[in-house]
Design a protein around this ligand. Structure first.
Ligand code: NAP
Length: 268
């Protein structure tokens, strides 16, 4: 069952194969409720970020549900605009305080450049990213983070970190869906032993309008969300669906079915 399945990262750490996304869940009540629905549905992996502004709500939900810290995998991210060694340590400490935890399972650099610069990337932030990554490596060595990685990084960005530190990130979290399989970057990561996490696996809702998904939904008698998430898993990536509705959340982890090879390959 998907609820009990894990990928093993390149440092031997096990990570639940599916995670609950929390971007744009900014209302305290809604966030706490959604996390509780997710835990009840069987999610054991929660994806957040300092930038989402909901770390403390997630922390409260975990506390109120008396969730055993060891039974849950928590990912958070260093803000895209916060870079450098000391800044990274400071931000990390704020994050674990907000979440009410002593350690993170996974900590990612949210993006190689601050968001307003992500389109043209004219300003080079390589040295600052290396400094942030060095801080994360030290926190990792100190046992404060179980795995470290990046998000929205391309091949060149990752190569720069590896050649400066000799440390291969455990994860790259990128936008990935059946209609956006990111073949080159995914192959690059796979060759390096970096797990690819699929963010926006439902294209932030846009996937529900795709005609091809309607056909597959009818053929398999599954929802479009289930088809897309199953596809991401079959592609050896880790999907991070987000929802605030109980029935959707339950649906998003009900993925024990198979896609035929031809249907899987039709997106590649
Ligand atoms: N690292 C990054 O830069 C980055 C960027 C984007 C996202 N992420 C991560 O990836 C997660 C997911 O991406 P996303 O937030 O863009 O959204 P998504 O999971 O691609 O799509 C969410 C949308 O799908 C709906 N939905 C979910 N399950 C459904 C179901 N079974 N049936 C019908 N509708 C369903 C949700 O509805 P309701 O919410 O109304 O229930 C919401 O409108 C984020 O929350 C975040 O954790 C990371």
């Amino acid at each position: 069952m998907i609820k009990n399945e894990f990928y093993t990262l390149n440092n031997g750490v096990n990570i639940p194969k599916i995670g609950f996304g929390t971007w744009q869940i900014t209302n305290k009540k809604v966030a706490k409720e959604a996390v509780k629905y997710a835990l009840n549905a069987g999610f054991t992996h929660i994806d957040t970020a300092a930038a989402y502004g909901n770390e403390s709500y997630i922390g409260e939900a975990l506390k109120e549900t008396k969730t055993d810290r060891k039974s849950i995998f928590i990912t958070s991210k260093l803000r895209a605009e916060k870079k450098g060694y000391d800044v990274a340590v400071e931000e990390f400490n704020k994050t674990i305080k907000n979440l009410g935890t002593e350690y993170l399972d996974l900590y990612l650099i949210h993006a190689p450049s601050p968001w307003p610069e992500m389109r043209d990337r004219k300003i080079d932030h390589t040295e600052e990213n290396i400094a942030s990554f060095k801080a994360m490596i030290d926190l990792y060595k100190a046992g404060k983070i179980k795995a470290i990685g990046v998000s929205n990084f391309n091949e060149k960005d990752i190569d720069a970190l590896i050649s400066a530190t000799g440390f291969i990130p455990q994860v790259n979290q990128i936008f990935l869906s059946p209609f956006n399989p990111q073949k080159d970057l995914k192959n690059y990561c796979e060759k390096k032993g970096i797990l690819v996490e699929a963010y926006s696996p439902l294209e932030t809702g846009k996937i529900f309008k795709k005609e091809k998904m309607e056909e597959l939904k009818t053929k398999y008698n599954k929802t479009i969300a289930q088809i897309s998430l199953r596809w991401c898993l079959d592609y050896n990536t880790l999907p991070l669906p987000k929802s605030t509705h109980k029935e959707y959340i339950e649906n998003d982890i009900d993925l024990d079915f198979t896609l035929e090879k031809d249907d899987f390959e039709s997106f590649l």
